[in-house]
Design a protein around this ligand. Structure first.
Ligand code: CNA
Length: 286
């Protein structure tokens, strides 16, 4: 990395230069890539932060290793740890953060080309970002189905089971002796070893069409999502809002690193854009 390399698109590698570029009208296709770090301020722990992350706090769930909670073969043997976690993460308990609302402002100003999120908490929808602009790359808790026969399962029943912390089973009629399938029901979130949804691959080209990329609250450890920021053209500014430097962010001349908590970084960008008051108002009224 050579931090002295002069940027080609920005006037300098700073938040105010990013704001100037947006306000100049030259930016029309902002692509945003997010992870668990944009939801920690809502009270949902991320995976990998030391001490506060879920992986550091799963000891009580009796797992061979923390990742097993999202492993399909482990789930089929023992779905209980996953359902204990699902009770914690289930949508409806949390409020979108300033960062979510900033993305919704990009959408309402017709600047959002696509949001790719790894989060399964549905807070993007709750913030009012139009569904067609959201790719839930790792699925979400919005729908669920049987791991055996793939029959979908009722939303209300699912919510009741998750609240009680117990494991729902498929009620699809089968020709067998018992009469019902009885397979395990799992939310449509992507476990290790499962394919990402088609929408991820269908919309991936949108990342290459970006004229500004914002990466927020992700460790960029999970593939193929982690490669998304590298799809953008070389002269396209990429701004990282994260506690730590991740992936290849910072290695290009037009990369801007905004290290620290993402709501603080986002507020700085909103202020530089002249959107500060609007951001707070929309967030408070949500
Ligand atoms: P991760 O690997 O836990 O990384 C989170 C990143 O965000 C780290 O780099 C942190 O330093 C950073 N971070 C944490 N808090 C903040 C903050 N307030 N401001 C700025 N940066 C912060 O999570 P990833 O999303 O990268 O990993 C991908 C997994 C995590 C996906 O499959 C998700 O489904 C999964 N996950 C989702 C949720 C959710 O939906 N809210 C919660 C926990 C895990």
């Amino acid at each position: 990395v050579n931090d002295d390399t002069p940027p080609r698109t920005l006037s300098e590698r700073s938040i105010s230069a990013v704001a100037d570029l947006i306000n100049s009208g030259k930016v029309r296709r902002v692509v945003v890539m997010t992870g668990a770090g944009i939801s920690t301020a809502a009270g949902i722990p991320d995976f990998r932060s030391p001490e506060t992350g879920l992986y550091a706090n799963l000891a009580s769930l009796d797992l061979p290793e923390p990742e097993a909670v999202f492993d399909l073969s482990f789930f089929k043997e023992n779905p209980r740890p996953f359902y204990a976690l699902a009770k914690e993460l289930y949508p409806g308990r949390y409020h979108p953060t300033v960062s979510h609302v900033f993305i919704s402002l990009l959408a309402s100003k017709n600047l959002l080309h696509q949001l790719f999120t790894q989060n399964i908490d549905c807070l993007e929808r709750a913030a009012g970002i139009p569904e067609d602009l959201i790719v839930e790359a790792h699925g979400s808790f919005a729908t669920q189905r049987c791991v055996e026969c793939k029959t979908t399962y009722d939303d209300d029943k699912m919510r009741d089971h998750v609240r009680r912390g117990d494991v729902p089973r498929c009620e699809a009629k089968t020709g067998g002796l018992e009469g019902v399938c009885d397979g395990l029901v799992k939310p449509d979130i992507v476990f290790f070893g499962e394919q990402l949804p088609r929408s991820f691959f269908d919309r991936m080209p949108k990342a290459a069409q970006a004229d500004l990329v914002l990466v927020m609250g992700t460790s960029l450890q999970v593939h193929p999502f982690a490669s998304l920021p590298n799809q953008a053209m070389e002269y396209v500014p990429r701004v990282l809002f994260n506690m730590e430097r991740v992936g290849t962010l910072g290695s290009q001349a037009d990369d801007v690193l905004v290290l620290g908590d993402c709501d603080t970084g986002v507020r700085k960008l909103a202020d530089a854009l002249g959107w500060g008051e609007e951001l707070e108002k929309v967030w408070k009224e949500l």
